[in-house]
Design a binder for this molecule. Structure first.
Ligand code: ATP
Ligand code: MG
Length: 475
């Protein structure tokens, strides 16, 4: 269960303190703010509330009678990771503050508490919580809307494909999916079926390239017993198996000329005959064809029937090349790294900066399939959970941009470097202590100079205060 504000947008704050007078005091101090206050006098009671109706914030007295404060902090965070905890203690010590923040406390306060300060803190917390909740919802929404039944994409080109697909799905009877190898034609065909009114029906795949000409007709239309030598039993074809659903004719360009006429008849009236059986049979089936070839050119070269081409090209969905959808690259890399990170037991798998730059300049001629296979390989090869250039297959790691084409490397928010994570962490701590750098440095257990250096990273307007050069360890 996630903490949520109540319908009036008031966050619940739990005050956990063994002293009922302290709870009453905090309630009085915070009355008038846009929050609801609940009290708990024991650790068990506090945990029960966190479990059943998780508050947005817990003000936790460090010394509770039944559990040690820090243990209770752990349990609260474990029970409701989205609940923030501010620890309140009688004595300020850097050690305990550091430990608290490292264990995941949001902030740290010492008694006696200044009423003004506390009110300010709660107001600041409410605002921040509101922002964080909004940001989180936005992120989940992005993931949700960036895929259509497993087909990921957020580039303008893919948004256009999704848009067309959704308009076509309810109505099409025949559709053609085109795009270079590995661009996701089969995935798209499956999604189109999923979105269609016959999604409960079968999805039958016929790989036209894998069928020798002699077997083609029999596979697709079936045969009756004795129709030809070897036809020992009556067998229905893929077309009949797909009745009530979708037939996916993959690599449609490889269909032999002789068969194209028979296929045209199916597309026109859904009629066919099993080999050896004069009965005309009818099926209710949606047909999706796919090819990486240019059918138009094949028509000009008399390799593909023009009438069949027009039947198919009537409703066409074209998948763009991966190099033409940079925005998707970032989404797909993230998706595959999560998937293979889980698979190989390397959580938080990321690309090093150099590897990221390589992935962004490499042209991915095999498109999404090549990206998926390479990242699978990298995930297996890399030590730890950072993928370096050497972990890529040689054909990619050795890739040189030809003709001196300059490549701009788009940095992205999703896959930040370790340094950036560190900088953000330090910034967060600093925000929590209202910009008090001495206190932030103390909480983090680092020197002020180091703090300045970390904060200055990656910012043009680095801290104006002089930061003496020192290694991180010596600080
Ligand atoms: N937009 C996408 N989101 C997620 N995965 C994708 C996407 N596009 C492709 N893939 C993955 O890439 C791989 C190749 O996709 P698919 O088999 O559909 O390509 P294809 O266009 O049919 O290729 P080919 O022309 O070589 O048959 C699959 O593993 C698929 O899951
Ligand atoms: Mg395919």
């Amino acid at each position: 269960m996630h903490p949520r504000p109540d319908p009036d947008n008031r966050w619940q704050i739990l005050v956990a303190d063994d002293d009922p007078a302290a709870i009453a005091l905090l309630k009085a101090v915070l009355s008038g703010l846009d929050v609801t206050i609940t009290g708990a006098e024991t650790g068990a009671e506090a945990l029960e509330i966190v479990r059943t109706r998780p508050p947005g914030l817990v003000l936790l007295d460090l010394i509770m009678p039944d559990v040690r404060g820090l243990e209770l902090l752990d349990q609260i965070i474990q029970t409701s990771p989205e609940t923030d905890v501010i620890l309140i203690t009688a004595h300020y010590s850097t050690d305990s503050a550091v430990e608290a923040v490292q264990r995941g406390a949001f902030d740290y306060l010492t008694k006696p508490i200044s009423i003004d300060k506390l009110r300010q803190k709660i107001i600041a917390w409410t605002e921040q919580k509101q922002k964080r909740t909004a940001a989180h919802e936005l992120e989940s929404k992005l993931v949700e809307i960036s895929q259509c039944e497993g087909l990921l994409g957020m580039s303008p080109a893919m948004m256009e494909v999704f848009n067309r697909m959704q308009r076509i799905a309810p109505h099409y009877s025949t559709a053609l999916v085109t795009g270079e190898t590995g661009t996701g034609k089969e995935v798209l065909a499956r999604v189109l079926h999923q979105l269609s009114p016959v999604s409960d029906g079968p999805f039958v795949v016929c790989n036209c390239a894998a069928l020798p000409e002699s077997l083609f007709e029999s596979e697709l239309f079936g045969h009756i017993r004795g129709a030809y030598t070897g036809a020992v039993d009556t067998k229905k074809g893929l077309l009949e198996s797909a009745d009530g659903g979708t037939l996916f004719l993959d690599e449609i360009a490889e269909v032999p000329m002789a068969m194209q006429a028979k296929l045209l008849r199916v597309l026109q009236n859904r009629q066919f005959q099993r080999i050896g059986d004069p009965t005309a049979r009818k099926v209710t089936v949606r047909i999706i064809c796919a090819t990486h070839r240019n059918l138009r050119t094949m028509v000009d070269e008399r390799l593909f029937r023009e009438d069949l081409y027009y039947r198919l090209a009537h409703v066409e969905l074209r998948l763009p090349r991966l190099v033409d959808r940079q925005d998707d690259l970032r989404l797909l890399v993230h998706h595959f790294l999560t998937k293979f990170g889980d698979q190989f037991g390397k959580p938080g798998l990321t690309l090093s900066r150099a590897a990221k730059a390589l992935a962004w300049r490499y042209p991915w001629p095999g498109n999404v399939r090549e990206l998926e296979n390479s990242l699978n390989y990298c995930a297996m090869m890399c030590r730890g959970n950072v993928i370096n250039i050497e972990d890529f297959p040689e054909s990619i790691s050795q890739y040189k941009v030809d003709g001196g084409r300059s490549v701009t490397f788009t940095d992205d928010e999703d896959m930040v470097s370790l340094e950036e994570v560190e900088r953000r962490y330090v910034q967060q701590v600093l925000d929590r202590v209202q910009g008090n750098r001495t206190k932030a440095a103390e909480i983090l257990g680092i020197g002020r100079a180091t703090l300045y250096r970390i904060l200055g990273r990656g910012r043009a307007d680095a801290d104006p205060e002089p930061a003496p050069r020192k290694s991180r360890q010596s600080a």
